[in-house]
Design a protein around this ligand. Structure first.
Ligand code: IVH
Length: 668
């Protein structure tokens, strides 16, 4: 009998170690001792060292950590990693359910109710079943490439247990640290005279940013997979189905996920959870409630920040008690007056808080909150502090009830209460606070993107009286600008060029920039797309507006109300006369025959485009972009340092082009 070849032995060892990893971390049913396990691993590592030709990214030996790295590269997510809207009361979860059902009439409604793991969100890419890239969430659009560290995560499979893996599978999930591992880590940090971590979430985030994967390996990070990103070559009908498949493939899925068929059952789980969460070996900060049906999710859609098919229910936040020193009134871009508390600084979940919102006038009077009171501060979503109540039993009689102003603190105009709510608004057409905020959001990148119109410039333009109404921006001339303080010729020229360039942004970005209540980026785009130009939009009644996908009655009423106001109409007409484009964007370019309908895979670094830029260019010209090479790929566009995808293209005989050839094909 011939001796087993090194290649065969390496293969066998990898399979054996994968199996034991799974038995240990996923099934919690180990079959061998740690020593036996280490022996297998040592044998694999020394064989791999002797035979580098059999190196593989999927080898479990990578779990002990590869060589240190220099830093983290930022990578654009294939699909943005959105966040989730939070709720804090069972009634808000009911409202979510009602809202969602209206958006998807006729679709089945079942919810997956899941623990909200308090760790770090990540995206894991598996190509042909092998883990090839892991990114942090970052800003949602792009994150850091932390692949080397993620390879060391205990229960993260480096290779999916699957004979026929999809060419591309992006798994979303949470990396976390168990409380016992966290305590052990902090004990050893204290022993080494190092600052201990504040909580398991911070230590997870810190561990993922270590430059030495071997050190990360010792942190004992773990994973829960809870969703899909971009996938190719496989289709799922429901979320539950995808989780089942994850489990089969060896991806760890939380064992407390429940599928239910009514909001009442969701609320029952919420009621039980406070107790149950304390018994878990890891931290959770709430529950996530997700629509199960994936086609219905598509119909429900998303705002620019969060999908409409998911909501988080957050457990009661940490609290702190401090003194309320005074109350300021802030005037927002829609004229809303918001009371803000000035507090004796107090420490709360990791930050020092000295200001907190009091929401509105009714909130202050209903809760009988007075200046001088000791108040309870909490953090909503652990970010924005708010005052939940006053400690009435700690009063000494010196506290003063707050008198809500009857005039705008900025312009002195009368204030009036909204017909539909508790908000008071400045009625002044010329309130400079409102105008300043409005100009800022009008000029923001996501809106009209007016280069040069920063905070200080807005202050100057408004305070000098050069801009009294929004359209005045388009009436500015070089002579006027140069009369302003600290305004040189160059900055004046830049601002004017920025203003000029903003004229062409189109109807969606104009509407999104006007500060209309309930009309953000996503709604503005939907409306602009549906009506095409300002005249058709002006002619639409409330019902027609409400029938646009993703709008609904509340937004339609707000928009119709705004459009019907003669002052606003005048402003829109002025803007149009001043040359601001009030039509929607059509397709960005003519489709290009050489590219339309063709599938591209981009690999390596390009000179003229970043990843997002090249993907947009291909899509604008009618092409499709895919993450992995298969026989169906029409072109592989290869830049500098192209790697395995280029090899695969050659292997399959897929046409490979370089950047110059692409530019030529595209006629760019
Ligand atoms: S779903 C668009 N499910 O909570 C929906 N998120 O902003 C994507 N999180 O940091 C998220 N447990 O990483 C989902 N079972 C779970 C989760 C979960 C924890 C985190 C997530 C993100 C935050 C939500």
């Amino acid at each position: 009998m011939s001796k087993t070849s090194p290649e065969a032995r390496i293969k066998a060892l990898r399979a054996e170690i994968d199996r034991h990893n799974r038995l240990y971390y996923v099934d919690a049913a180990p079959e061998i001792s740690d020593r036996e396990f280490d022996r297998l691993m040592d044998e694999l590592i020394s064989l791999e060292k002797a035979h580098p030709e059999f190196d593989s990214a999927g080898s479990p030996s990578r779990k002990v950590g590869g060589a240190p790295i220099d830093g983290f590269v930022t990578v654009v997510h294939r699909l943005p990693m959105l966040s989730i809207d939070n709720t804090y009361q069972p009634s808000e979860v009911r409202e979510f359910d009602t809202r969602l059902r209206k958006l998807i009439p006729g679709s089945p409604v079942a919810y997956s109710v899941e623990p909200k793991i308090d760790g770090v969100a990540i995206s894991l890419t598996y190509e042909d079943g092998v883990f090839t890239r892991g990114l942090t969430r970052g800003d949602g659009e792009k994150g850091d490439d932390v692949t080397a560290n993620l390879r060391t995560v205990r229960d993260l499979p480096l290779r999916l247990l699957c004979d026929n893996p999809p060419p591309l599978l992006e798994v979303r999930g949470e990396v976390y640290m168990r409380r016992d591992d966290f305590t052990r880590l902090n004990d050893s940090r204290r022993a080494d005279k190092l600052e201990p971590f504040a909580n398991p979430r911070n230590s997870t985030a810190g561990s993922l940013k270590l430059l030495d994967p071997a050190q990360c390996a010792r942190r004992r990070l773990r994973l829960f997979a809870y969703g899909l990103g971009s996938v190719e070559g496989i289709r799922f009908l429901t979320h539950a189905e995808s989780l089942e498949r994850f489990k089969e493939w060896g991806l760890p899925v939380n064992g407390h996920i429940r599928l239910v068929h009514s909001v009442d059952e969701v609320l029952e789980i919420i009621a039980e959870w406070d107790e149950r969460r304390a018994s878990l070996p890891y931290d959770t900060d709430g529950l996530v409630i997700k629509l199960d049906d994936l086609a219905a999710r598509e119909r429900a859609g998303a705002t620019s920040k969060a999908p409409r098919w998911v909501v988080a229910y957050k457990f009661a936040a940490e609290q702190a008690v401090t003194r309320l020193k005074s109350i300021d009134i802030q005037v927002g871009k829609t004229g809303a007056l918001t009371p803000v508390a000035n507090l004796e600084p107090v420490h709360l979940s990791g930050t020092t808080v000295s200001r907190a919102t009091l929401h509105n006038a009714d909130y202050i009077s209903q809760k009988d909150i007075r200046v001088g009171d000791m108040v309870v501060v909490e953090k909503a979503g652990e970010i924005i502090p708010y005052i939940s109540r006053a400690a009435h039993d700690r009063r000494d009689g010196t506290e003063q009830p707050f008198v809500f102003p009857s005039q705008c603190p900025v312009c002195g105009s009368a204030v009036a209460r909204d017909a539909d709510g508790a908000v008071w608004r400045c009625q002044g057409r010329e309130c400079v606070a409102v105008l300043k905020r409005r100009l800022r959001s009008f000029g923001a990148r996501a809106a009209m993107d007016v280069e040069g119109l920063g905070e200080e410039m807005v202050e100057q333009l408004v305070d000098s009286g050069l801009v009294k109404h929004l359209p005045d921006l388009y009436r500015l001339g070089a002579g006027q600008l140069e009369s302003l303080d600290r305004m040189g010729e160059t900055s004046s020229r830049n601002l004017l060029a920025g203003i000029e360039a903003s004229k062409g942004r189109g109807l969606a970005r104009l509407l999104g920039g006007l500060g209309i209540r309930h009309v953000g980026e996503t709604v503005a785009e939907a409306v602009a797309g549906a009506f095409g130009d300002l005249d058709s939009l002006m002619a639409a009644d409330e019902g027609t507006l409400a029938s646009v996908d993703g709008i609904g009655p509340e937004r339609a009423a707000s928009l119709r109300g705004w459009l019907s106001d003669p002052e606003n109409q005048k402003m829109l007409l002025e803007l149009r006369e001043l040359g601001v484009r009030v039509t929607a964007d059509g397709p960005k370019r003519q489709l290009v025959a050489a590219i339309a309908g063709k599938t591209f895979v981009v690999t390596g670094t390009l000179a003229r485009f970043d990843r997002l830029g090249i993907e947009r260019a291909i899509k604008d010209l009618g092409g499709k972009v895919s993450g992995s090479v298969s026989k169906k790929t029409d072109f592989v566009l290869a830049g500098e340092n192209a790697g395995s995808k280029l090899d695969k293209a050659r292997e399959l005989g897929v046409k490979v082009i370089n950047e110059a050839e692409f530019v030529e094909l595209a006629g760019l």
